[in-house]
Design a protein around this ligand. Sequence first.
Ligand code: ADP
Length: 240
Amino acid sequence: MYVANKRRSVREAGMRDVHRSLPQGATQKQVAACIDELAADPHISGILLQLPLPGQLDAASLIDRIPVGKDVDGLTTASAGLLARGEYGLRPCTPSGVIELLNSAGVPTKGAHAVVVGRSQLVGRPMAQLLLLRDATTTLAHRHTTDLTAVTRTADILVVATGICGLIGPEHVKPGATVIDVGIHRTPTGLTGDVRAGELNSIASLITPVPGGVGPMTIAMLMANTLQAARWTHHPAHPH
Ligand code: ADP
C-alpha cells in the first residue's frame, strides 16, 4: 500500500519514479550493487530502501550505502548523527510529518511535555529528538517502562508508535492532550491504530485519525525530503 502510494505521489509531484524491484531471494551483494548504482547516478536525487527486507539481508549496512545527501528516509547512520546533533540533514519522514501536523494545528512544543511511546529507529527515537529540537521536555517510553500509564498521563503531546493495536486508551491520556497515533493495523472492521481513538473523544483536545492522519504526512515528507535532497546536491554550501 505504502509503496504504491509513494510511487503515485512521486509522479504527481512531477518527479521521476525509478523503482527497482529485486527478487525475494536477492543477495546482500545484489542489493548493494543496486544502491551503489543509484548512488553514483547524478540524475538521482533521492534513494530509499523499502523495509522490511527478507531475512537473509542486513538492512543497516545496506541503508548505510545510501549517500547522506540522497538519504530521503533519513535512516543512515550519518543522518541519524546529524539529527542527534541538531545539525542540518534529512530527517526520517514519519516523525517530521508529525512535527508538521503539530505546527499546522498550532500545537506549541516549546516547554510542553512530549511523551513518545516506542523507541524504534524509524519512528520513536528520531521523534523524540525532533521534539527535543523543538524545545519540548521529552520522555521516551518503551516496552520496559515500569508504569506506562503514569508516564503518558503527564503528556501534553503523546506520540504513540508501538505497533500494538489499541494499546493506548482513556486511562493513558491527560485531559486536553494532543494525541498522535502512528500505528496502523488491519482488522476485520477496517484500519485502526495503536490508540483507541473512539474512547478519547471527550478527553483529548486533538487526535490524529487512522487511516488518514500520520500516514499521508509520511509520504508528503518523503516528497519534501526529495526536493530538499535535490537542492542540497546542487547547492551543497547553501542547503537552506
Ligand atoms: P515501529 O516500526 O512502529 O516503530 P517497532 O516494532 O520497531 O515498531 O518498535 C516498537 C516499539 O514499541 C519498541 O520500541 C517497543 O519498546 C515499544 N513497545 C512495544 N510494546 C510496548 C508496550 N507495551 N509499552 C510501551 N512500549 C512498547
